[in-house]
Design a binder for this molecule. Structure first.
Ligand code: OSB
Ligand code: MG
Length: 368
């Protein structure tokens, strides 16, 4: 296939509730969507960059710039036989994994539609449903946290992840653990601590957590390896794992025992497949993280999570946990604590164009 036209849409979707992490609060999710046209079909991808450079250096605006001015021009006139060729085509661009991943996802969608197969099949997925976890933001107080968690547990979520930061860690975790003694529970610090907090973080060991996610800085693999020697709770890395090579380094160093895979953070689905192969070889458990995606990005995540190495519950929740009205249909629903993997050709969701335009904050087009 050859890309004949591209359209980028910036959407601003209001979240059902504010989402607070150690790096800030989001009330409206800004997402950059990529639509590629080829052979009479449209393939969609979602860029997981946020509105500011907090979780990662990329933003929706840097991604748009890189896509329009550098990445799409590299595809000009190129016949792409398979989306796995995309990383090499984009290799001249240093960094910008989220921009690259969005383009690659749209090409996977096009390719899957062309083959008449669902994305899960092309990736090697083996499950028809994936275990849904939920990521719970930092709350104003403990009663609010407990009622939030109780609501999600009541809906059937299989694992709860609490966002933590200095000043909101041992107390909320103790309160949730006391009320839900058997709940699969995890915490995510989004890089809010330093190695000086090691003794404090060690206190988490008494709560029987599945993992502590990204306690230290994104670029501190060695610090995580030192911390891992002190904790019995497994460390999972998110921000630190920016590529398959970095995943290898982290495992070699003993910086983590679990990996949160986000195809956007590592530069695309091909990179995710490479990490999947590495983790399978080493027996390292994986799960699929989330970035408050719209239905387009969620469809990609669900397909990825259907691979056999993704053995822990994911940050893939039902659409209604994020948005009242999503720009892609049908919504993902929670069924017995799981999300069904779409089996229609391509992503298995359709972008609702009137809604897309209603929530659009910008649109750009590109032709070769
Ligand atoms: O660290 O996993 C994270 C959302 C935005 C940025 C970073 C993270 C998150 C989440 C949300 O935890 C997970 C989800 O999409 O359900
Ligand atoms: Mg995280």
């Amino acid at each position: 296939m050859r890309v004949e036209r591209a359209a980028l849409y910036l959407v601003a979707l209001p979240l059902v509730a504010p989402f607070r992490t150690s790096f800030g609060e989001e009330r409206v999710r800004h997402a950059l969507l990529v639509a590629l046209e080829a052979d009479g079909r449209t393939g969609w991808g979602e860029c997981v960059a946020g509105s500011g450079p907090w979780y990662s250096a990329e933003t929706v605006d840097t991604a748009r710039h890189v896509l329009l001015d550098f990445a799409l021009p590299l595809l000009r006139g190129k016949e792409i036989a398979h989306p796995r060729e995309v990383p090499e085509l984009l290799a001249p661009i240093r960094g910008h994994p989220m921009a690259k991943a969005a383009l690659e996802a749209a090409l996977w969608d096009l390719h899957a539609q062309g083959e008449g197969k669902p994305l899960t099949k092309l990736l090697g997925g083996t499950r028809d449903r994936v275990a849904a976890g939920v990521s719970v933001g930092i709350q104003p107080n403990l009663p609010t946290l407990l009622s939030r968690v109780a609501g999600y547990v009541g809906e059937g979520y299989r694992r709860v992840k609490l966002k933590i930061e200095p000043g909101w860690d041992l107390e909320p975790v103790a309160a949730v653990r006391e009320r839900f003694p058997d709940l699969p529970l995890a915490v995510d610090a989004n890089a809010a601590y330093t190695l000086d907090h090691a003794r404090h973080l060690k206190e988490l060991d008494r709560f029987g957590l599945l993992m502590v996610e990204q306690p230290l800085a994104y670029d501190d693999l060695l610090g995580h390896a030192r911390l891992a020697e002190k904790l019995t709770t497994p460390i999972c890395l998110d921000e630190s794992i920016s590529s398959p090579h970095r995943a290898w380094e982290a495992l070699e160093l003993g910086a983590c025992r679990i990996i949160n895979v986000k195809q956007g953070r590592i530069g695309g689905l091909s990179a995710a497949l490479a990490i999947h192969a590495l983790a399978t070889e080493r027996g390292v458990p994986l799960w699929c993280g989330g970035m408050l995606e719209t239905g387009v990005g969620r469809a990609v995540n669900v397909a990825l999570a259907s691979l056999p190495g993704f053995t822990l519950p994911h940050d893939i929740s039902a659409t209604d946990r994020y948005y009242r009205e999503d720009i892609a249909l049908p919504p993902f629903r929670l069924e017995d604590g799981h999300i069904r993997v779409p089996h229609e050709p391509g992503l298995g969701v359709a972008v609702d164009l009137p809604r897309l335009h209603r929530y659009a904050a910008g649109m750009w087009t590109w032709r070769p």
